[in-house]
Design a protein around this ligand. Structure first.
Ligand SMILES: Cc1ncc(C[n+]2csc(CCOP(=O)(O)OP(=O)(O)O)c2C)c(N)n1
Ligand SMILES: [Mg+2]
Length: 590
């Protein structure tokens, strides 16, 4: 990929002769570009197929230092590409390491094909000790509650159907990871003759469902009669046409639009119809806007009724609610990531990208004038004093980027929505889905991999806790020449939890000043730039003044734009932006 390709001798010059060759061949037939992995003997047969049978291309292996990163990279890739890549994890222990990242990917509704291994299932074939401790009777049970589907095919012939089904299911909305566990005996079975693989195109997922004519007519009538229509633009795709359609719809209806920092870019935040910064929790002005709307169109908004509960004090809105979502097709009752069940007047179970053009067709030409009074965002109150804050990071980044386009792959918890304008689908990729920290670096690397030829500068802005937990992901970016800038918003603390301790102490009338105990990342402060350099990255020592920040950022952006990997460690205020600490709404529990 960067001249560092690992090319096997005689790579790709063998006939399909072993069970695992079939699986490898199918990845190629699917058009999978990359497979992230951490190796293990349970899939030594499959590893051989990737190296010798396929020649380590299409897909190419990307080695990671932890299975969590292998999955997080596929997660970040799917966030940009809207399509899956593959991951291979060792039998049970590798999968155990991968679990949190799989949960994040599930909650973020991204597609991904995970290959695992076990066995041999036939005990008579098992090597003593290691293959016994690495065989589980139902390995998929470890993750079944947060993947869409899993299987453990019993023969190479059965693996063909298993892979076809996995590939189809992961690419059918709502998306989510799928898992195929390869019995070691099946992988290492010698084939008498190559196994025919059907035309994989005939197993493609169907087109997206469209709204029923009656739902559509009903929705159009409500939207046309709305005085103050509000669009809650939640989880979407990176598709340019869908982006343009959302803008046309808002303009046609003179609606107001709100977006969510937990989801990727869904609407230009500097558009007149998007008057408030994107939110994680509703700001005071966002609460007022939600309360004033008489018709709300939710486009796959994450935790819709929870947002109403925060904004209105109760989970049902009095406005007419049109709820467009496919998410309920995924809910399974193990995790509560389905959130509060929203009451809705019209429930349209298709993807927003299918509803919005249908609405535009029905609405036809013209421009409605709504009755919204001007909406004024609260002025930003910065609280860093002499210390650097989030806006300082944004300002330095913006200056260093100049005219270059960037993709922000993630932001830390205390990041204010006003700090960075979002103008295009690839400008911002949203959150990690499951709030499992340690995922930030891996997701960023996966996103950067998918952006490699886009001319965009990928930038991850991460907390120090998130960065240090996932720090050995960095090596993979250096090894494979994946350009990426990581900016650490370093408050030397698991600060989110300091706020929780403060609230608990307040409730219990105990000393709030003890909130820091058991939370600080200091004595010593981890030398993150030194660690990054150790993994082959460019990183200057931590910066704490505007001048140092600007210099470090300029050097870093130049390096990344030239294909390198840079980390800027910014010692910022120990606090969140005031808009994040004091959101609006009735529920202040944080
Ligand atoms: C795997 C995991 N462990 C622990 C937590 C609990 N937790 C949530 S936020 C947080 C602190 C994150 O620290 P950092 O990334 O530095 O962000 P900060 O709040 O300091 O900006 C922790 C420990 C979690 N969400 N995920
Ligand atoms: Mg921190």
């Amino acid at each position: 990929m960067n001249g560092n390709e690992e090319r096997p001798v005689q790579g790709g010059q063998f006939e399909m002769g072993w069970g695992s060759d079939v699986i490898a061949q199918m990845l190629r037939d699917f058009g999978v570009d990359y497979i992230t992995l951490n190796p293990g003997a349970s899939y030594r047969g499959f590893h051989d197929s990737l190296v010798n049978y396929l020649g380590n291309r299409d897909p190419e292996m990307l080695v990671t230092m932890h299975e969590e990163h292998a999955v997080a990279i596929a997660h970040g890739y799917a966030k940009v590409a809207d399509r899956p890549m593959a991951v291979a994890v060792h039998s049970n222990v590798g999968l155990m390491h991968a679990t949190m990242a799989i949960f994040n990917a599930w909650c973020d509704r991204v597609p991904m094909l995970i290959l695992g291994a076990t066995g041999p299932i036939d005990a008579a074939q098992r090597r003593p000790w290691i293959e016994w401790i690495h065989t589980a009777k139902d390995q998929g049970a470890l993750i079944r509650d947060y993947v869409k589907w899993d299987d453990q095919p019993g023969s190479p012939e059965a693996a063909v159907e298993s892979m076809l089904r996995a590939w189809q299911i992961t690419r059918t909305a709502p998306h989510g990871p799928v898992y195929v566990c390869m019995d070691l005996g099946m992988q290492e079975q010698r084939l008498d003759a190559p196994i025919p693989i059907p035309d994989v195109g005939r197993y493609a997922p169907g087109g997206d469902p469209v709204p029923s004519p009656s739902d559509l007519a009903h929705a159009v009538e409500r939207l046309l009669n709305a005085e103050r229509p509000l669009i809650l633009a939640g989880r979407g795709t990176r598709d340019d046409k869908a982006w343009a359609d959302r803008i046309r719809l808002a303009e046609r209806l003179d609606a107001r639009v709100l977006t969510d920092l937990k989801a990727g870019a869904a609407f230009p935040t500097d558009h007149d119809l998007h008057p408030l910064p994107p939110i994680k929790r509703p700001s005071k002005a966002a609460c007022a806007m939600i309360a004033e709307a008489d018709v709300i169109l939710s486009l796959e908004w994450i935790d819709l009724a929870g947002t109403f509960k925060q904004a209105l004090g109760h989970s049902e809105t009095e406005a007419t609610l049109i709820n467009c979502t496919v998410d309920p097709y995924l809910h399974n009752g193990w995790s509560m990531d389905h959130h509060i069940l929203p009451a809705a007047d019209i429930r349209i179970m298709c993807r927003p990208d299918s509803l919005v053009p249908a609405l535009l067709d029905e609405l036809g030409e013209g421009k409605k004038k709504s009755a919204w009074a001007p909406i004024v965002a609260e002025p930003a109150e910065r609280s860093g004093g002499d210390a650097l804050d989030y806006q300082d990071i944004a300002d330095a980044l913006s200056a260093a980027l100049g005219d270059r386009k960037s993709t922000i792959t993630g932001v830390p918890i205390g990041w204010p929505g006003y700090a960075w304008p979002i103008k295009a689908p690839l400008d911002f990729l949203g959150g990690d889905g499951g709030a499992g920290i340690g995922s930030g670096p891996g997701i960023a690397i996966g996103a950067a991999l998918a952006l490699k030829d886009s001319k965009r500068v990928p930038v991850a802005i991460l907390g120090d806790g998130d960065t240090t937990m996932g720090i050995n992901a960095l090596w993979t970016a250096a090894k494979y020449g994946i350009p990426l800038l990581i900016v650490v918003a370093n408050n030397r603390s698991y600060f989110n939890d300091e706020l929780h301790q403060e609230r608990i102490a307040r409730t219990r009338s105990r000393p709030e000043e003890n909130r820091w105990i058991g939370q600080r990342l200091e004595d010593p402060v981890p030398d993150i730039p030194a660690i990054a350099r150790g993994f082959g990255w460019q990183a200057t020592d931590a910066v704490a003044t505007k001048h140092e920040l600007q210099q470090a950022m300029a050097e870093a952006v130049t390096n990344v734009a030239g294909g390198g990997q840079s980390l800027v460690d910014v010692h910022i205020m120990r606090g969140y932006d005031p808009t994040v600490v004091n959101p609006g709404g009735m529920d202040k529990s944080g």
